[in-house]
Design a protein around this ligand. Structure first.
Ligand code: LLP
Length: 417
């Protein structure tokens, strides 16, 4: 379903990848609409009385946001830019939560004007800033504290957030004092508690451990007459990048947290999935430019650079790569690298893969999340096109940059001074 070989050729839904490459050129991010709907619906089904806030940072394409908005998604945002985009996509402000350690005064004001559901507050100074700005605007800001439960999510260190010593959240031991301070602030309305322990999490246990710790805080707060309406459990469910990985399903996450939070009948859960909504729905189509041997090493030089997909470089991430046309060539050990001028520019190292020919097409799997979203114009490369395949239909969701786009922000500057 979605992305598979039919006979010996890779298909995205009902269109062959060869045809897509002819139509769109390479490199191109290609997503399956069916997979997007499936992923979102499995959250919607599992979290049926709750709010599913899509973590926009995973992929903020406007058409994608509109699709999710039409399915009833809320949004977890981390910047004014994301707020702008989700409002444009028609997402209900009462389903928007605002995370992040560095919200600026301008962003706080914009979120208050937009009447979002709540700020997930990460420090005392941020709390004071929100209270002050809300006062100037004659408003009450709804908040939750993002609590750092000091739980190890067992993931790459750059995307682990739930342990003490990271910049995220309020230290667990300080949380109650923070709530007490907030309860005395005139322009703050406490409505929730939040935690987010990390990303690409492949086990349920860390979520349960975090829930148990959060639940202790909720009980303590109730005894202090501080009542919460929302429990935000964050995002982070992993996806299957490698064959041996078996990520938990949304329903398993729901069951695990409900075994702890089920007793709170008056509270609504919020969940903030990003990667598990969009990660496995897309491949990046690319093509072999050259083959090369250096020392004992074989290289396939392809037209996908680290500017298109930085995950292998940044997190040592594994992305499976498929030849678009199955080949009888035996796999050998080689590096698949991009055209960018640094050795960090690779998609796969020491991978068993057939030594394809110049012009042959490849598909890099699971690029839906943090692929296009983290892309850049590094080496003055044009950022890539994006398409969604819906059955036999191609929906164009992002054009490829043109050379003029490389200049656009750097000319006619007079009026900006
Ligand atoms: N909520 C908050 C507060 C977050 O910081 C994140 C992700 C999410 C939700 C969504 O997490 P997800 O469900 O997507 O795992 N660029 C990295 C991932 C960074 C994740 C940052 N925070 C990567 O490519 O692996």
């Amino acid at each position: 379903m979605g992305i598979k070989y039919i006979k010996n050729e890779l298909f995205i839904e009902q269109i062959s990848a060869v045809k897509l490459a002819e139509l769109c050129d390479t490199p191109t991010y290609v997503y399956s609409k069916k997979l997007i709907l499936n992923n979102f619906n499995s959250y919607k089904k599992a979290f049926n009385n709750d709010i599913v806030c899509y973590a926009v940072k995973a992929n903020s394409n406007q058409t994608l946001l509109e699709i999710l908005s039409n399915l009833g998604a809320g949004a977890d945002i981390v910047s004014g830019g994301e707020l702008f985009k989700v409002l444009r996509a028609g997402i209900n402000p009462q389903k928007i939560v605002y995370s992040g350690v560095g919200k600026t005064a301008e962003e706080i004001k914009y979120a208050l004007e937009s009447n979002i559901l709540m700020f997930n507050v990460e420090s005392y100074e941020e709390l004071c800033a929100i209270n002050k700005i809300a006062k100037q605007m004659n408003k009450k800001a709804r908040i939750a504290f993002r609590v750092n439960p000091n739980v190890d999510p067992d993931t790459h260190k750059y995307i682990a957030t739930g342990k003490h010593g990271t910049k995220f959240g309020i230290k667990y031991e300080d949380a109650i004092d923070m709530y007490i301070s907030a309860s005395k602030m005139a322009n703050i309305e406490i409505i929730g508690i939040d935690t987010h322990i990390g990303s690409q999490i492949l086990k349920i246990e860390p979520y349960k451990l975090a829930a148990l710790k959060i639940s202790k805080l909720i009980d303590k707060l109730e005894s202090l007459n501080i009542h919460l309406k929302y429990i935000d459990i964050g995002g982070g469910l992993g996806i299957k990048y490698e064959k041996n990985q078996k990520p938990p399903k949304p329903i398993e996450l729901k069951k695990a947290v409900m075994s702890v939070f089920g007793k709170y009948k008056d509270k609504t859960l919020i969940v903030e999935p990003g990667r598990s909504i969009i990660g496995n729905t897309g491949v990046m189509l690319g093509k072999v430019i050259y083959r090369k041997k250096s020392g004992n090493k074989n290289f396939l030089i392809v037209d996908i650079g680290m500017n298109d997909l930085i995950r292998p470089t940044l997190y040592d991430a594994y992305h499976n790569i498929l030849p678009v046309k199955k080949t009888s060539k035996k796999p050998i050990t080689l590096d698949i690298v991009g055209p960018i001028c640094e050795s960090g520019d690779f998609i796969a190292k020491d991978r068993k893969f057939p030594l394809l020919e110049q012009g042959d097409l490849i598909a890099v799997e699971c690029i839906g999340a943090y692929g296009s979203a983290m892309s850049s114009q590094y080496n003055s490369r044009k950022r890539s096109r994006g398409i969604i395949v819906d059955g036999k239909k191609v929906i164009h969701i992002r054009r490829r940059d043109e050379f003029e786009d490389l200049l656009r922000l750097e000319e006619n500057l007079e009026k900006y001074l």
